[in-house]
Design a protein. Sequence first.
Length: 421
Amino acid sequence: MFQFLSGAWALLLGMLLLTLGNGVQSTLLGIRGEIEGFSTFEMSLVMAGYFVGFLGGSRMTPEMIRRVGHVRVFAALASFISAVIIIYPTFTNPVVWFFCRVLIGFCFSGVYVTAESWLNNAATNETRGQALSLYVIVQMIGVIAAQAIMVTADPSGFVLFVIPSVLVSISFAPILLSISPTPAFEATKPMSLRELVRISPLGTVGMFLLGGVFAAQFGMSAVYAASIGMSVKDISIFVASFYVGGMLVQYPLGWLSDRMDRRVLILFAGLIGGAGALIGMVFGTSFAMLLVAAALIGGFSNPLYSLLIAHANDYLEHEDMAAASGGMVFINGLGAIAGPVLTGWLMGLAGPSGYFLFLAFLMLAISAYAAFRMTRRAAVAIEDTGTYAPVLPTSSPVAVEAAQEFAIELALEEEEAENAM
């Protein structure tokens, strides 16, 4: 592990800076949109733009890397991110912001594909599990720390846009100057969506619904908080609570998932997350209760991403797991595109409480579908299940595929150990 860290610390530092920049600009737009007088529906379209771009970037970046290489792709896309962030305060128009968010989403997706390729290449079979865990922790710390930056300046000015632009620009240095060799890049041919749905209905339906949950968390939480008149400090704490909850619950839930029927765990995670959303809807006037609601939603929705992938793996052959990763990310991305738009529409109909109503519906729908699937198919024996590998919805298909590879390696090692006995 020490050898891995000595070669990958620069990559992890660069990814931390990128996540910081992404976290700041996402929260800041939600606050600035309220200051500029944009409607909730306009902001929902702006926020959805990121996920449109992210999905497109995850599909197109592999071809870009094959054409011109990792270094050029990373430098070009990160430069675009840095430039686009400065455009937001210069042209405060929802149409301009939508196209900026599409471009930002595309570029961040491409940057993550590139950086995660390097990170995966730096890991060995023995360190891949720790590498994935470190990467998840770095992402969580980055988003949480980004909220602290929000209180350092006035969101109606330019400074808070300059800070993420600088952070993204600085992130080039540790990654591009890293001594880690440029990895060979070969994208796995994805499994067809029809085949993936047939093999794991709960995994695919759950991923689609979870995409909407994540988009509402990442894209609309600051919009909701600004719409009810929270201060910038309180908005930062509220948004951070989603990710603090996710950090605290990720590993205990992962430990449990390797020791029980994953469908039961998915069912209860959906119930607890849905209960958290209902708490936010009923007690929305209490800041303390809103923090509890955010922590419960984030605590049980973020680990669900890895849990649903692990559940799908239980029904896949080893050789098909990597191919399934692209399809799972794509399905999640489709849900993420729809999430902000539907959230904004509900908030327009029901007021700010529509935010939590949307989250409650999706989390409880995941739980209900898990219960339904338990009546349709017998559980996989615990000894035959794969290993839970931590990965977040902010990751690109590269990190998800690395998690699949980690699960395959452990499964093969267990089979060899059993055969040797």
